[in-house]
Design a protein around this ligand. Structure first.
Ligand code: C2E
Ligand code: MG
Ligand code: MG
Length: 684
């Protein structure tokens, strides 16, 4: 029994301790909640600023209502109550309000930081409690001096003023609640304790209305926070969209669209203010092979690093953008003289020459840049960009890895290219195009092993145009495939008349090997011609291969499956990596003529040719040296072990008839009868 009682006691004690702990926790929670409701929220910067600006708009109205109501009440009690109460106290409170109002007006001229807004609103909070206490105590202290009507006016003053103040403080919840609590406590305590039924009823009314006001206040405040957060989300979405539309996601540099918009703006400004404007277009050399060899992830990492280096190199003076895969562009409104522009461009090229140590590999690339300047080179923004692009084209051709400025020579060339393009468009290709044939001989025997087919164009408008001029224009204009088809048909028509051991070398452009449709057309033309495909060597330049190694490889494999040979033309002038060339199924290399001129007196050329010959031997490839013009060069090449040569010394490019005569002279007429028989057999 005693034990049972002890247990009950213990349970009651622990239950009591538990419930008092719960009660303490509840009180703590309520206190924390009240503190939270009565203080300015610090963590949401945007909410703070929104509260600040919403409240700032209500301040004049707040002080107007407060002070006008106060002075109307003061007027009622003037002469009735002591002057301290009817004048000095309201005057002192008014002075505080005016000082505070002027403070606000001063700070409104500038947009506050969230910190400043927090401080200002917290001050308002504190002042709200001081002023509401001050005004409430002042109002109730007038009570003993008035008659019933005047006392009713006090109640009315307090009720109406507190409602107006809560309205004005609607967006500053903490201050509104503070005012509501203080005024209500004073009001209800004072008028409730008077014991006079109308005043007790008014206190009840006041209490109920204030509760309703508080509910409205809380709902309103919640709506404000929701509105601010919705606005923030919309703002974040807008800035994300802006980023997507204007920034390159990889390098985070401005993209092509932003670049041209910026160019238009800067161009208009330069025109209006009469200052110069430079545009630069940069292209990376060797990026595509990195992408093909190591994959897109490495390519992306490389581009990010390129963007970072270029950004550092450009500094503030040049506006940098990524306008394409491996194309970047700059706009410089304040670039100084041309020398400084070139120096800035060269700095951009220099930073790219430093090896890139990426996770997966160390890669080497370079970049070339072309500049054009307004008003020197163009009168419109787009034309300025195109001129810079042309300067880049020249930079890549003649000064790879350097900066170049558009020149008057470029201007003449553009003019000439336009003429060529127009003439090519209206040309009767069948009639105007012809093929010349330059023999390729075996050094040891002097025997012709092949002829290289070289395009000739005799335009009725422009006269004879060399292929070095019209082929690039046709490539850029997108109609090179049409030319290639006409030329190969003509070349094959002639080649079928040659002896069986004489090959045909035919040049293909980058565009011929890049488009599936043109490869198919090429193959069907070869098959239709009756010429043995094994006697055709297609010449492709290094630069054409490097444009897209993957596509080049596919085309080479198709042509090889027919039995055709593939020669790498102008070897040594490109910027390809040996590893990549080695991986392609090539059959021959043609050493560019620039290394051959005077190689017997130029040690550098001598060394290059010697190593290229050794390289071709090591790689198991045939080798032809182009552009042999003198006996001395030929002797030197012979001494170096060169097996095949081509050049003016042996023969210039010949017409169809002259090429046949060349062969007949070398071999006699009987060699031709045999070849005609083979061709007939193949067609059958
Ligand atoms: P390539 O394929 O390297 O052709 C050799 C060029 O060197 C020819 O110029 C030829 O006339 C010239 N040449 C040959 N021997 C000598 C020499 O001893 N000294 C000098 N200084 N030059 C010599 P051509 O005919 O003006 O052709 C220029 C380039 O145009 C060709 O260079 C080739 O890249 C391109 N080309 C010519 N015909 C065609 C074609 O049918 N299709 C394509 N895609 N390109 C062609
Ligand atoms: Mg060639
Ligand atoms: Mg060549």
């Amino acid at each position: 029994m005693t034990r049972w009682r002890m247990m009950r006691k213990l349970i009651a004690k622990s239950l009591g301790a538990y419930s008092s702990q719960v009660a303490i926790m509840r009180v703590r929670y309520l206190y924390a909640r009240l503190r939270h409701l009565l203080s300015v929220p610090r963590n949401d910067e945007n909410l703070l600023l929104a509260q600040y600006s919403a409240y700032a708009q209500q301040i004049p109205l707040l002080y107007f209502v407060l002070l006008s109501n106060t002075w109307i009440l003061a007027y009622t009690f003037y002469g009735v109550a002591p002057v301290e109460l009817s004048f000095y106290v309201p005057a002192a409170l008014t002075a505080v309000c005016i000082v505070r109002f002027l403070e606000w007006r001063k700070s409104l001229s500038r947009l506050p930081t969230s910190d400043a807004a927090f401080k200002a609103l917290s001050r308002t909070n504190r002042l709200a409690s001081v002023l509401s206490t001050g005004f409430s105590i002042w109002a109730v202290s007038l009570y003993p001096y008035g008659d019933v009507d005047a006392q009713a006016q006090i109640a009315f003053y307090m009720a109406i003023t507190v409602i107006a103040c809560i309205f004005c403080l609607m967006y500053l919840r903490s201050a509104a609640l503070t005012v509501a609590i203080i005024v209500n406590v004073v009001f209800i305590a004072f008028f409730g304790l008077t014991g006079r039924p109308p005043f007790v009823a008014i206190s009840m009314n006041m209490f109920l209305v204030t509760i309703a006001m508080m509910v409205i206040l809380m709902v309103n405040y919640r709506q404000l926070t929701q509105l601010v957060s919705a606005r923030d989300n919309a703002q974040a979405l807008i800035s994300e969209n802006f980023k997507l539309a204007n920034l390159d996601p990889l390098t985070e540099l401005p993209n092509r669209r932003q670049f041209f918009a910026h160019l238009d703006r800067e161009f208009e400004r330069a025109k209006l203010q009469g200052h110069r404007l430079a545009v630069g277009v940069m292209d990376l050399d060797g990026f595509k092979p990195v992408n093909d060899l190591y994959g897109h992830a490495v390519g992306d990492a490389l581009l990010i690093e390129v963007g970072r280096r270029l950004r550092d190199a450009c500094g503030d003076k040049l506006h940098l953008a990524r306008i394409g895969g491996d194309e970047f562009a700059v706009i410089g409104a304040d670039f100084g003289c041309e020398r400084e522009l070139i120096a800035a461009g060269n700095r951009m090229c220099d930073v790219l020459r430093v090896p890139f140590f990426l996770h997966e590999a160390t890669v080497h690339i370079s970049g070339s840049i072309g500049f054009a300047i307004y008003p020197d080179h163009a009168e419109a923004a787009l034309a300025l960009f195109e001129r810079a692009d042309y300067a880049l084209f020249r930079s890549k051709r003649n000064h790879r890895g350097e900066a170049t400025i558009f020149s008057s020579r470029d201007s003449a060339q553009i003019h000439r290219d336009v003429e060529i393009e127009q003439a090519l468009h209206s040309a009767d290709l069948e009639k105007e195009l012809s093929v010349a044939f330059q023999p390729i001989i075996e050094v040891e025997t002097g025997r012709t092993i092949a002829f290289e087919a070289l395009a000739r164009w005799n335009s009725p408008v422009l006269g004879a145009v060399p292929p070095g001029l019209f082929i690039p224009v046709a490539e850029r204009g997108g109609f090179i495939t049409k030319l290639t088809c006409v030329l190969i048909e003509k070349a094959l028509d002639v080649a079928v008349k040659w002896p069986d051991d004489v090959h045909l070398s035919f040049n293909l452009s980058a565009y011929d090997i890049g488009a599936a449709a043109s490869v198919v057309r090429l193959v069907s033309t070869v098959l239709k011609s009756g010429f043995n495909p094994e006697r055709i060597d297609f010449e492709i330049t290094e630069t054409a291969i490097m444009k897209d190694v993957k596509e080049a490889r596919e085309t080479i494999e198709i042509l090889q499956s027919l039995g055709c040979g593939i020669s790498l033309d102008d070897f040594g002038t490109g910027y390809s990596s040996l590893t990549q060339l080695h991986s392609l199924p090539l059959t021959k290399i043609k050493i560019d003529r620039s290394f051959v001129a005077d190689l017997h007196v130029k040690p550098a050329s001598h060394k290059i040719v010697r190593s290229l010959l050794a390289l071709s031997r090591d790689m198991g490839l045939g080798c032809i040296v182009e552009g042999v013009e003198t006996e001395a060069e030929l002797d030197e090449l012979r001494a170096l072990g060169c097996t095949n040569v081509q050049g003016y010394l042996i023969s210039p490019p010949l017409s169809e008839k002259a090429a046949l005569a060349f062969l007949q002279k070398e071999r006699g007429p009987r060699a031709f009868a045999a070849s005609a028989n083979t061709a007939r057999a193949l067609i059958a």
